[in-house]
Write a protein that binds this ligand. Structure first.
Ligand SMILES: Cc1cc2nc3c(=O)[nH]c(=O)nc-3n(C[C@H](O)[C@H](O)[C@H](O)COP(=O)(O)O)c2cc1C
Length: 459
């Protein structure tokens, strides 16, 4: 058995098989119990990192074995945690344990989607893809339809320049298609953002470089710990999972000494922004696209609030909002505004100042359509910045709209909801340093012969 510098044991396939046999033999566990605990650990880890309000639509892809069963249990818990799970379970196992789980999910109206019913592009329809296809006992090459499903997971991770999120992939115990001990051999292999190792991580988990590695296995009895000399981390509080492995943040931090920023600061501030944004994503920071938007009224009185960056399109930073809100009023009186990103885990701040315009109706429509259906109802309900008779009024309005479109018909975009774009005139990238000698990289837009160029200064 190997230990890593953090002193966590990594199991070979043989050890994982032996531990499973001991759990279900002398240790007195039934397979149902272990599956419940595994599925609950997976759902808990997902809920710890991905909020259901933002990552609501979860596709759980289940294989024919125990790993698939863990996925079914996780889906049931996710439903109760407020997510909207969908299941793809193409090779159902006709044993009571599995048929029972299917019945439980059906009784919650969790949809089961056939492989041929899955959308071409998983990235458009789901926020989280749970890979519960193959576990540690799998050997060999994946066969249809699982080879195609794994390919679907591979291509769902397209990272574009739009900040439109691709779905995150969460693998249960082993990223499917990986070798249990050697990791992703031969082919590219899927690259999940989250791996939830069960009982103890398997050797392949050493090759996992995503931002979120969790362990779920708060049930291993001392007899097994002693027999295998397992080194396992303590679980916090009453949690069913514990974060393990170094967050990739540490690697990013190592690369970003002040000298590096100074030397490698890009000539184009948009490229510089993209780099830092990618670092924030890679570091697994929560909501890296959240930014404080400051506006001011015509008499210069400022106000700030958080909004979410939808993307950088047409040379500007786009967010969506209610056109009847206070910020909208202020922008209409005074188009000058400022955005502020703060990525605390990286000790970085980015300031972007410029002027704001509304985006076209077509563009707003695109943003609206890219939102999950449940979230499309929000703008229709919202009375942003207007006084309402009470929260009950909003709940009532939400229910009315939900019922009106319960047949699945298209929810129209409310006229008062749309995008804004801030066209930058000034950027400032701030890198904090323990020595308190911080670095500021600023870019001022200058118009030369009708073309914008950026003057860069380091302070
Ligand atoms: C993390 C976070 C993200 C938010 N994102 C948005 C957003 O994208 N658009 C928006 O209109 N409001 C968003 N809000 C709510 C705003 O901060 C604010 O409360 C609301 O837009 C009304 O602001 P106003 O009265 O100044 O116009 C967000 C709030 C938080 C905490």
């Amino acid at each position: 058995m190997e230990k890593d510098p953090e002193c966590i044991s990594y199991l070979t396939q043989q050890q994982a098989v032996e531990i499973d046999a001991l759990l279900m033999g002398p240790s007195g566990f039934s397979i149902d119990q272990l599956m419940e605990l595994a599925g609950l650990s997976v759902a808990s880890a997902i809920a710890e990192v991905y909020r259901s309000t933002e990552y609501n639509r979860v596709l759980v892809i289940c294989g024919p074995g125990n790993n698939g069963g863990d996925g079914l249990v996780a889906a049931r818990h996710l439903h109760h945690f407020g997510y909207k799970p969908y299941i793809c379970y193409p090779k159902r196992t006709p044993k009571p344990l599995y048929t029972g789980l299917v019945t439980q999910l059906e009784s919650l109206s969790v949809p089961f989607l056939p492989v041929e019913g899955l959308p071409q592009e998983l990235s458009n329809d789901f926020d989280i893809l749970v890979d519960a296809i193959f576990g540690f006992s799998f050997n060999g090459m994946p066969r249809p339809p699982f080879d195609g499903l794994i390919y679907g997971l591979l291509s769902a991770r397209k990272h574009d320049q739009t900040f439109q999120r691709s779905p995150v992939i969460v693998s249960v115990d082993i990223p499917s298609g990986w070798h249990v001990e050697k990791g992703a051999v031969n082919s590219e292999g899927i690259t999940p953002e989250m791996l939830v190792s069960l009982t103890a991580p398997k050797l392949c988990a050493k090759m996992f470089c995503g931002p979120h590695h969790f362990l779920g296995g708060r049930f291993v009895p001392p007899s097994i710990v002693d027999k295998f000399k397992l080194q396992l981390p303590p679980y916090p509080g009453t949690s069913m999972c514990v974060r393990i492995g170094k967050p990739s943040q540490a690697d990013v931090q190592a690369q970003i000494s002040l000298k590096n920023v100074e030397k490698h600061g890009e000539a184009d501030p948009f490229v510089q922004f993209q780099k830092w944004f990618d670092d924030a994503v890679a570091a697994g920071l929560k909501e890296p696209n959240s930014m404080a938007l400051s506006t001011a009224s015509k008499d210069g009185k400022p106000s700030s609030r958080m909004v979410q960056l939808k993307g950088i399109h047409g040379e500007g930073f786009v967010w969506c909002s209610n056109y009847g809100s206070r910020k909208a009023q202020e922008i209409s009186e005074n188009p000058h505004a400022s955005l502020l990103f703060y990525w605390s885990g990286l000790n970085r701040q980015v300031r972007v100042e410029g002027f704001v315009q509304k985006v076209s109706d077509e563009e707003s429509e695109q943003y609206f359509r890219s939102r999950p259906r449940e979230i499309q109802i929000g703008p229709a309900v919202s009375e942003q910045s207007n006084v309402i008779p009470g929260r009950q009024f909003l709940h009532q309005k939400y229910k009315e709209i939900e019922e009106k479109y319960s047949d699945g018909s298209m929810i129209p975009r409310p006229e008062h909801w749309g995008g804004y774009r801030l066209i930058p005139e000034y950027f400032e990238f701030w890198q904090g340093d323990e020595s308190q000698v911080h670095l500021r990289l600023s870019y001022v837009a200058e118009e030369i012969d009708g073309k914008i160029s950026w003057r860069r200064t380091v302070k």
